[in-house]
Design a protein around this ligand. Structure first.
Ligand code: NAP
Ligand code: ZN
Length: 349
């Protein structure tokens, strides 16, 4: 199969710095769209993968899955996009399209294995898919999203992963008027979750380990913010919450949060701790609590989320960087030193 060479930033080994490299994208198939990447967000999942914290990282690895850009070429049978359109790609770039999960618009759970935008087996070229820290992306039109024109492109990029990852469980577990929803961990995902949950009309309580984020959470729209390391403050929330979205990226005690639930409430895990989490039986049996999880969202729901964010004027609070600053950005992300998402201006590549 013909390929086209393109510039990227990636790494050949775990924990090694990212550097400029050249990669191949496939030549357009009849339903493929090529886009020039304008902006790409940096998610904590990119950091987990370049450190190979879950095992199985495929090197050379080019991260990046919060991608927005402009369509530069289309395959001969593409119907949904034309050259010059704004377009976005999130975590999913292919799936079987035939299994029960795909038919239910849950491509992320495809029985044959979803193809993620980076670090997944590339069906056509072999090797791994390469993510958005690059000049271009080539993808089947069915996995490309339309970006509403009213959204600022750089700060909309994080919606493609952070946005859908919190929108999907907030909707599934019915956040809305009359409900008290907790957001645990105020990073890239958590700060967008505050904005989306408020737009859904729910009462939002933030739980953070960072004193500086207690005030900031209110600026972001939270009704209440609690320093989770202060056990006196935490006691006030016992049996008060309907739902808690847990975005914490490392090992932590989830029992503390299960104990904040009303009867039949749920803690929904979206954060991916590389270490096992432990659950005390009484944290779930008392109050018929659920501990559950959620993984990004399907393509149709991602488009719905983008349209919802456009309607409510929601984007991420970002720090725009050049691609040459990427290693420094990963060090700062590891320390939680970003308010609240790094986005790379790909014009710097
Ligand atoms: P992030 O920007 O680094 O935010 C994570 C936040 O978690 C931090 O800001 C901090 O919030 C809190 N935190 C970190 N370490 C902690 C610790 N040891 N104990 C308690 N709190 C801690 O990361 P992100 O990009 O939002 O991603 C969050 C997690 O979700 C990552 O694991 C990522 O891989 C995962 N993720 C999952 C999905 C999915 O579909 N399930 C999708 C995207 C990302 P405070 O300062 O407020 O305490
Ligand atoms: Zn992500």
């Amino acid at each position: 199969m013909k390929t086209k060479n393109t510039k990227a930033y990636g790494t050949e080994a775990a924990n090694a710095p990212l550097h400029p490299m050249n990669i191949n994208r496939r030549e357009l198939l009849e339903h493929d769209v090529e886009m020039k990447i304008l902006y790409c967000g940096i998610c904590h999942s990119d950091l987990h993968q370049i450190k190979n914290e879950f095992g199985g990282a495929m090197f050379p690895l080019v991260p990046g899955h919060e991608i927005v850009g402009k369509v530069t070429r289309v395959g001969e049978h593409v119907e949904k996009f034309k050259v010059g359109d704004l377009a976005a790609i999130g975590c999913i770039v292919d799936s079987c399209g035939k299994c029960e999960n795909c038919k239910d618009d849950l491509e992320q759970f495809c029985d044959e294995g979803v193809t993620f935008s980076f670090n997944s087996p590339e069906k056509y070229l072999g090797g791994a898919t390469y993510g958005g820290f690059s000049e271009t992306y080539v993808c089947n039109e069915n996995y490309v999203l339309h970006v509403p024109e009213t959204l600022d492109l750089a700060s909309a990029a994080p919606l493609l992963c952070a946005g859908i990852t919190v929108y999907s469980p907030l909707k599934h577990w019915q956040a809305g008027p009359g409900k008290k929803v907790g957001i645990l961990g105020i990073g890239g995902l958590g700060h967008v979750a505050i904005k989306i949950a408020k737009a859904m009309g729910t009462h939002v309580v933030v739980f953070t380990t960072s004193p500086s984020k207690v005030e900031d959470a209110k600026r972001l729209g939270a009704d209440e913010a609690v320093l989770s390391t202060d056990s006196e403050q935490m006691k006030k929330y016992i049996r008060k919450m309907n739902l808690i979205i847990d975005t914490v990226s490392a090992k932590h005690d989830v029992n503390i949060y299960l104990n904040l639930l009303k009867h039949d409430g749920s803690v929904v895990l979206v954060g991916l701790s590389p270490e096992l989490l432990e659950i005390n039986a009484f944290s779930v049996v008392s109050g018929r609590h659920s501990f559950s999880g959620s993984n990004i969202g399907g393509i149709a729901e991602t488009q719905e989320m983008l349209d919802f964010c456009a309607k409510h004027n929601i984007t991420a609070d970002i720090e725009l960087i050049n691609v040459q600053q990427i290693n420094e950005a990963f060090v700062r992300l590891q320390k939680g030193d970003v308010k609240y998402r790094f986005v790379i201006d790909m014009a710097s590549l």
